[in-house]
Design a protein around this ligand. Structure first.
Ligand code: P53
Length: 477
């Protein structure tokens, strides 16, 4: 298995899932600070009016990385990371989103953080928006409000200016396509700051989501353009959650159903990479009676803000049957069925390494742009021994099989892959459930779902395994 020279091996996290320190040094509350902890099958609750007494808000604590980053980074360095992906918490820089001046303490924090990555030999890969809108902006409609474009572009240009010599790789909106699950409240909320309104009909919710998406496309394109002005060497990418959708059978109705649903992912790549709305989307808006407000210059902005590369998260695949659509309960995909050929995690995520090669091929053939796998990993329940050691063989098996498929995409299919970062390389708060016990790390963190524990870090078995993978540039799997 040959990986290219300079392949960016590393790990990935997001500010809201590990920094904690939610109300220090001038930081304003963000949308994730008012999300309660849930569990598999127990939804996280959005308390957008504020913090409610007696409720558990895990993102306010994270794993306290705000205070421990130097020591944690030293562990990443020990594994030999070539890069490290994190996000900038928007409300550390603009506490309310529309403040007149940025918060210097926040800017200083990320300057120290990015300097620390560089000092430890890790190239920073920075997500600008990873479910971290300032709560104050969400209360004004989030990205449904055109004002959010200006606020986001100002935030992005402020940090791109400040870190222009420290950061080269930027990602705009994390997993922007999650919100296509429009009626699962958490997705429009975390992608776009849309606070659920119980009075909205499904059609009204959908109208809001499409409007927000349009504003995000404009914002992203402006950021790509301005970023290249700030530093022509910047590489600015989009970020898609790539869960490929397979037809449950080769029955033509199933194939067509899967094809139509895949548009909900590919439409984002189409706009980011081709610079215009695909026909199937504009047709769908017209067909279904959506009225997306656009300003005269928007099409031109989108045309001239094409991304340099595509980044993806990859965890699982899905299968759909045209027959099951009628029984759809509004969660997950319409007609989603279990794939009998593959296993699933304890959270029901279907493990499919070949699907990773499949999406790398699909995206490269369609867009011909380099692809960066910026999230891949497995969430598991884990109990360490008395030394904090976890023999996480299942994680090693998961990562190995997925890295093998990345290698095949490079060696057999000729796909240009820039790098690979393991999601939650240190245990963090799960995004979907808010749990600590859904662990992804190669480093164990002694903390539970309610913030009890010593927060001590310890190396799992996968730590040494991944160190060798990186040291051998992927040859020793
Ligand atoms: P958690 C769904 C499908 C694929 C990726 O997720 C997803 C989701 C949302 O649950 O989210 C990404 O922690 C996201 C990360 C997140 C990670 O996957 O729910 O970008 O913030 O932590 C894993 O198990």
């Amino acid at each position: 298995m040959k990986f290219p020279e300079g392949f960016l091996w590393g790990g990935a996290v997001a500010a809201h899932q590990l920094e904690g320190a939610w109300n220090v040094d001038g930081r304003g509350p963000s949308i994730c600070d008012v999300l309660t902890g849930g569990a598999h099958g127990v939804k996280r609750v959005i308390t957008a009016d504020g913090v409610e007494p007696g409720k558990n808000y895990p993102n306010q604590r994270g794993i306290d990385y705000y205070h421990t980053f130097r020591e944690d980074d030293a562990l990443f360095q020990e594994m030999g990371f070539k890069c490290f992906r994190t996000s900038i918490s928007w409300s550390r820089i603009f506490p309310n989103g529309d403040d007149a001046e940025p918060n210097e303490a926040g800017l200083k924090f990320y300057e120290e953080l990015f300097r620390d990555y560089r000092a430890k030999g890790m190239e920073p890969v920075v997500t600008l928006s990873h479910f971290e809108m300032p709560l104050a902006l969400a209360k004004q409609g989030g990205f449904t409000n055109r004002k959010a474009i200006d606020c986001f572009v100002r935030f992005a240009t402020t940090v791109m200016e400040r870190y222009k010599d420290l950061v080269k790789y930027w990602l705009t909106f994390n997993e922007v396509n999650n919100q296509m699950e429009m009626h699962t409240e958490i997705f429009p909320y975390t992608n776009s700051g849309i606070i659920p309104d119980p009075n909205d009909t499904p059609h009204e919710v959908e109208q809001k989501v499409w409007q927000a998406i349009h504003h995000e496309f404009v914002a992203s394109a402006l950021v790509v353009r301005k970023g290249h002005e700030i530093n022509p060497n910047f590489k600015i990418g989009c970020m898609l959650a790539m869960v490929p959708i397979y037809p449950a059978t080769c029955r033509p109705d199933d194939v067509m159903h899967a094809e139509v649903l895949m548009r909900d992912r590919l439409l984002f790549g189409d706009v980011y990479c081709y610079g215009e709305y695909p026909h199937y989307l504009t047709h769908r808006w017209e067909r279904d009676g959506f009225d997306i407000k656009m300003e005269p210059g928007d099409a031109d902005i989108i045309k001239h803000g094409i991304v340099d590369f595509i980044s993806i998260s990859y965890y699982m695949s899905a299968a759909v049957s045209a027959d099951a659509v009628g029984s759809w309960d509004g969660h997950g995909l319409p007609g989603q069925v279990r794939n009998p050929y593959i296993a699933a995690t304890d959270w029901g995520w279907q493990i499919d390494p070949v699907g990773l090669r499949y999406v790398l091929c699909t995206l490269y053939e369609r867009y011909r742009k380099p692809i960066f796998v910026v999230e891949n990993g497995i969430g598991m329940y884990e109990t360490p021994d008395e030394h904090g050691y976890v023999a996480d063989d299942a994680r090693i098996a998961y990562l190995r099989s997925h890295i093998e498929e990345v290698g095949k995409a490079i060696a057999l299919d000729g796909v240009e892959v820039m790098g690979y970062t393991v999601w939650g390389c240190i245990d963090v708060i799960s995004f979907g459930t808010g749990e600590m016990k859904k662990r992804y790390g190669m480093i164990y963190v002694d903390a539970d779902d309610y913030g009890n524990g010593t927060y001590k870090r310890s190396r799992k078995k996968s730590f040494e395994w991944y160190r060798k993978v990186i040291a051998s540039n992927g040859e020793e799997l």
